[in-house]
Design a binder for this molecule. Structure first.
Ligand code: NAD
Length: 511
């Protein structure tokens, strides 16, 4: 178990920085050029260093994955699932170590670090079980003597490019279905969380995955991600990250017609509170949705769209709770909100707050950059909450802030709530708080989203459900459960058991 006491944790974690290497063709390799990964709660603490890889390392990793594909694809799904089962056991063994590493490297509080690690474990358990489930099926042919099959085939080398905010769960959502189906992988973690990526790769090695099946290349987007995306031997790209980078990758990959791309991107998510809502549920859903991971989840609630009739009652209770949120180093179990990932995130938060003021916001909780004392070396801010009458084309109501920046938007009735919800290019997560089943059903069918919730926050994935968005949030290939579709081709295969050929649709063989 992770020690509960922050000081004990600090004591146990006074360790030297971890040195990550690349993992290519079953061997660990360093590089003369390195970059540092620092703890966002204390940027003076170097969590580890990792190689700054470029095209050369990417080429080697893709070549290793391409070569390993020839034998990996020929194993049975059951055999490949057994490797994943080995991995699941190692994830379970090291769950507390992984949780602590996540908190140190990406700043989120330790109960969120633990949840991230547990989600990775759940994905491994799910994929290990799926190896024994049907991966194709028989369908009836028009001709009695024919058997027709629909089979799933792997695609080849899959590039898995991950964001920093779920450094163990998201890589597992995409890597494990890929290898289960017989593909091989080149994994590029985010440059903010290379050590989490390194730890996962060490476990793949220990689980006995053959050389070349999983390859790790560390580095930034431009020098390392870009050559990976452009590589001619990459058959598929599974990208999770920002809309700007996702759009760029889709454009680059469209130059190679054979290259499949799944892009899971940002959101401008909302919690809709209807007039009959249970306000206890509404307040807790908004606190969780808006401030978990300091608002740095793709599914974070940054808009609270509320019926005017309950606005005052809700706002009073919500603000009372917001002002009690404890901000600090996530290794302290009592902390609710950790730091922002880096200084650029802090500047983005400030920009969105300024934009809200310019657009006429009434500021209800004026978020501050926290400095001095325990905050001296971290990227800490406190929540920013404002009230704004809806108007179309508003920057702050349409664009992702990815920080603790939340608008309360009063509306009149359910239809207007959904119109306001839909007024953004994004379509990722939507929560509605109501006691009326007719209302949630209407909202369910008229709001645009990939993840919908009733009487819950807009956050909270489970691995056996597809995770993804519509509109600018995703290109229709969700992660977790959904990704198996993306890493396989469905092929039709037909066998004739008769001594003559009988064609479908009455085609004649008479000449
Ligand atoms: P990001 O787009 O900056 O980076 C994501 C990954 O892409 C990193 O590994 C980065 O190195 C790589 N990258 C950057 N430029 C690249 C290029 N030119 N070619 C190839 N790779 C490149 O995103 P981030 O800051 O790590 O994550 C935050 C964003 O991710 C937010 O917008 C958030 O909403 C989104 N996100 C979406 C989901 C989802 O499932 N929809 C989940 C988590 C985060």
């Amino acid at each position: 178990m992770v020690p509960r006491n922050a000081q004990t944790l600090r004591y146990t974690l006074e360790v030297t920085p971890i040195q990550s290497k690349n993992y290519i063709d079953g061997a660990w390799a360093g590089s003369a050029k390195q970059f540092e990964s620092v703890n966002p709660a204390n940027t003076k603490e170097v969590v580890g260093t990792a190689p700054s890889s470029g095209k050369g390392e990417v080429d080697e990793a893709v070549a290793a994955a391409k070569s390993a594909y020839q034998t990996w694809r020929d194993l049975t799904w059951v055999k490949r699932a057994e490797y994943i089962d080995n991995l699941a056991q190692l994830l379970k063994r090291d769950i507390d170590e992984i949780a602590t590493l996540i908190t140190r490297e990406c700043g989120k509080p330790i109960n969120e670090g633990r949840a991230d690690a547990v989600e990775a474990l759940h994905m491994a358990q799910y994929m290990a079980g799926l190896g024994r489930m049907p991966n194709g099926y028989t369908v009836s042919s028009e001709i009695p003597a024919k058997d027709a099959f629909i089979l799933r085939r792997p695609k080849g080398v899959i590039a898995c490019i991950a964001p920093w905010n779920f450094p163990s769960a998201i890589p597992m959502w995409v890597i494990l279905p890929s290898v289960l189906a017989g593909n091989t992988v080149v994994f590029k973690p985010a440059e903010q969380t290379p050590i989490c990526g390194y730890k996962l790769t060490q476990l793949f090695e220990e689980a006995g995955f053959p050389a070349g099946v999983i390859n790790l290349v560390q580095g930034d987007g431009e020098s390392c991600g870009d050559p990976l995306v452009r590589h001619k031997d990459v058959a598929g790209i599974l990208f999770t990250g920002s809309r700007a980078v996702g759009k760029y990758i889709q454009q680059v990959a469209s130059g190679d017609l054979y290259k499949f791309v799944a892009t899971e991107m940002g959101g401008k998510n909302a919690t809709i509170i209807l007039e009959d809502a249970d306000l206890d549920i509404a307040v807790n859903a908004c606190i969780l949705g808006a401030f978990k991971t300091s608002g740095q989840r793709c599914v974070s609630t940054s808009r609270i769209i509320i019926d005017r009739k309950v606005e005052t009652a809700f706002t009073e209770r919500f603000l009372e709770k917001v002002t009690r949120i404890r901000v600090g180093d996530g290794l302290d179990e009592s902390v609710f909100m950790g730091p922002l990932i880096e200084a650029s995130g802090l500047h983005k938060w400030q920009l969105h707050n300024e934009k809200a003021r310019e657009e006429g916001a009434e500021v209800l909780v004026d978020g501050k950059v926290l400095t001095g004392g325990a905050y001296a070396n971290g990227n800490f801010v406190s929540p920013f909450v404002y009230r704004l009458e809806y108007r179309p084309n508003s920057f702050c109501l349409r664009e992702e802030a990815f920080s603790p920046h939340v608008a309360i938007i009063p509306v009149s009735g359910m239809e207007q709530a959904v119109d306001v919800y839909n007024d953004t290019d994004y379509g990722l997560s939507m929560a509605v708080i109501t006691e009326d089943y007719r209302k949630w059903r209407w909202v369910r069918d008229h709001a645009e989203y990939g993840l919908g919730y009733v009487n819950l926050p807009s956050i909270g994935a489970e691995v056996h459900l597809p995770f993804g968005g519509v509109k600018a949030s995703g290109n229709g290939h969700p992660g977790a459960e959904g990704i198996l579709e993306s890493v396989t081709s469905r092929i039709a295969f037909t066998v004739n058991h008769a001594h003559e050929i009988t064609m479908a649709q009455g085609l004649s063989t008479i000449v």
